[in-house]
Design a protein around this ligand. Structure first.
Ligand code: ADP
Ligand code: MG
Length: 289
């Protein structure tokens, strides 16, 4: 990424920009402090010179974030443009989340404990259910875009990165979406088709996040619809395929209802929440390799 703001960098008399917290395909995120109050924030800097579509989508991201207010969604404060030399950034001031990405908490090929995964999963469901209730689809749910905030020693999920998010409910009417977006490993099979419904597509991604949390392995990394491993999943020919062969039948039957190839048959969030797997204290024997 072409990106070179000095460290530290005084944006104006109020804001001081400090070290990098993370980066994605579109933005760089840095810690920022308010010089007057000493409060810390995260500043997402979207390089508007990257492509012509960026300014519109950066503004859309800020508009969507502004609408949302929920304990499992990263908090939005304000947005502004920043010019430095030849560079122009759309800046989004966000709540600073200090626990890092969910992605970095999941040991590769091992995963996290089932009780931890259930705790995170339920919070992700709460956050996404709220987003959908606002008529918004996230469209890029993955462990890199899910942050962990730690306060009073208890971790709390914060869904972030609304760069792909869009409105699917207009005047109480649901519109179908058609833009292929998200990350291949978490993308529902129907997203590569010309029209798809917002909610089931996000629910698929949540299911794939759960598999990653439980096993530390992505079932496939290519486009779902064209993956031979996905074909085997749909035919239930998975007994010797990793990571499925490390999950017990109870967890697999739960996942089959979420990772259903037919979006209209996929469980909805209220239905997922009603499943025993989410509520119970059931501890499965997941084989950690
Ligand atoms: P992109 O749209 O380029 O993917 P993201 O919004 O996902 O950008 O931000 C990139 C990375 O920056 C995240 O994966 C995370 O590591 C870090 N990050 C984003 N927002 C915050 C925040 N509010 N607090 C702390 N770190 C953040
Ligand atoms: Mg991201």
């Amino acid at each position: 990424m072409t990106y070179s703001l000095p460290l530290p960098y005084s944006i104006n008399k109020d804001w001081l920009l400090l070290e990098k917290l993370g980066e994605g395909a579109f933005a760089n995120v840095r810690r920022m402090v308010c010089k007057r109050t000493n409060s810390a924030y995260a500043l997402k800097l979207i390089d508007l010179k990257k492509n012509t579509n960026t300014e519109k989508s950066a503004k859309k991201e800020a508009c969507i974030l502004k609408l949302l207010c929920h304990p499992n969604i990263v908090e939005f404060y304000q947005t502004f443009m920043l010019k430095h030399d030849e560079q122009i950034f759309q800046c989004i001031v966000l709540e600073l989340i200090t626990g890092g990405e969910l992605f970095h908490q999941i040991p590769q090929n091992v995963g996290i404990s089932i009780s931890q995964a259930r705790l995170y999963f339920n919070q992700i469901l709460d956050g996404v259910e709220y987003i959908h209730s606002c008529g918004i689809a996230h469209r890029d749910l993955k462990p890199e875009n899910i942050l962990i905030s730690v306060s009073n020693n208890s971790p709390c999920i914060k869904i972030s990165d609304f760069g792909m998010a869009t409105v699917f409910m207009i005047d109480g009417k649901q519109r179908m979406l058609n833009k292929e977006c998200g990350s291949l490993a978490y993308m529902a099979p129907e997203v590569t088709e010309s029209a798809y419904f917002a909610q089931p597509a996000d629910i698929w991604s949540i299911g794939m996040i759960l598999v990653l949390m439980l096993t530390g392995t992505k079932p496939w990394t290519e486009a779902t619809k064209f993956s031979t491993k996905y074909m085997k999943w749909t035919k239930n020919e998975i007994s010797d395929i990793s990571p499925w062969n490390r999950l017990d039948e109870y967890t697999l039957s739960f996942l089959r209802k979420i990772l259903n190839p037919y979006p209209m048959e996929r469980l909805t969030i209220p239905q997922i929440k009603d499943e025993d797997w989410c509520c119970s204290q059931y501890m499965s024997n997941i084989n950690k390799i």
